[in-house]
Design a binder for this molecule. Sequence first.
Ligand code: ME8
Length: 514
Amino acid sequence: MKSFYITTAIDYVNGSPHLGHAYEKVLTDVIARFRRQMGDRVHFLTGVDEHGQKVQASARKRGIAPQQFVDEVSAEFRALLPRLNISNDDFIRTTEDRHKRVVRALLQQLFDQGEIYLAEYRGFYSTRQEQFLQEKDRLPDGSWPEIFGEVSEIVEPNYFFRLKKYQEWLVGFLTENENFIFPRYRQKQVLEFLKEPLNDLCISRPRERLEWGIPLPFDENYVTYVWFDALVNYYSAVVDRPGVWPATWHVIGKDILVPPHAIYWPIMLHAAGLPLPHGIIAHGWWLQSGAKMSKSTGHALNPLDLVAEFGADAFRYFLMREMNVGQDSDFTREQFLVRYNSELANNLGNLVNRTLNMTTRFAGGIVPAAETTEEFEKNLHALWEKTRGEIVPLSEGFQFHTALERVMFFLTETNAYIEKRAPWKLGKSADPHDQARLRTSLATMAEALRLAAAALRHVIPATVEKIDAALGYAPGTNWSDELAWGAKLTGAKVTAALVLFPRAAPAEKVAAKS
Ligand code: ME8
């Protein structure tokens, strides 16, 4: 069994989770569930980033100790996971001992190896990004981009990690491993960034300025720079689980690719003699009216409001269907409603209702065996073969939006098949051929529904469980076997009705994007 270790970024706990955080969890969950279906031994990690200036400042503002503050906010992030039906195997908090211990051991090792040294630092610091800035970060007019928030100049002795020394190695590594970063064009951007000389990385903060962090093991007057602490979570969480490290994929947003994940992290691992992950998936941003949703701009949508209104699966479906992994998407309620009504309520919901109603009405609730294969059936079988052949490679390449579009098309064609077969007419005919066609059409729609549901299982797991139960079907453990057109439902007893996605008030004048 292949080991597949996947992680999300760990969220800052200085505000409530928003749609961007929810998306990253859902995307990672969909990949994790897909890999489990493909037979991999999956380990799925998520968690929270609890140290640093921002957290200290937020706790001060509320007049409480940082630990109490992170306990409260982390609980909110953690509570999001079951609400979104996230199947993570572990949840890490950077204030846990298991993490702090590994960060300190790694720092000590790198210090003993001579990879860390003390020097005077002078520079501009962004508290919002927890990052020292460089001259090249300035805008043409000399000001700092808004993303950095308030920027202040700092002069102090600090510890530095020898990043520069590994620049050439990293360029070579990325050139040789051209699929290290998904999407691939982002890898080119990293190589472009590496054309400029790297500076060594300041990895300490004096305690008088920042208390809330992991003390350096070789100088307790300093705490660890938050990125050097946070990145290690991917490793510290599995250090006691043999065979899990290295990670297969780190799923992150594009804003934290360069420099932390594409520069610092590979170099940290390489310098420490640890194997590198297989790769990094950098997804895009959810925007609202063109602006990034974020806690610091107060421009955020609470994912739980949508989940409460439409259910976790409708929410998961929309996020996966709408966003091409790597690119940005604008979130609008109108677009959400269009997809919800036309794809989930109409397309999928209708097929479920018709299948259950007609099987109940014309076959006493027992799925009959297919008896004839005429052109209508042949066409639908052929379309399924094509769909099945496409969805696995599409999902392996994280093209979930396209895979879902293909499954939706198959559902549309299955509904069209029912119109063409018109079982309600066949039911009125005494002709034995028509009766055989009726039984065949019932068997065909039930099988098509079973297959489409199996193809959607990693995206809308709770809904598919309901569909399977309504069809009297217990899925096996071999997913590819389950995706084969067959007669698995012959003789199954279906339930009478199932409302999965009640129609929502229709959105006005918004066309569905294909
Ligand atoms: O960056 N759309 O935490 P974070 C999509 N603690 N994704 C978004 C988004 C949006 N509008 N806004 C944020 C941190 N994200 C660090 C990570 S990892 C060792 C440390 C994504 O809470 C963002 O890109 O600011 C990141 O991957 C994740 O949410 C957490 O962001």
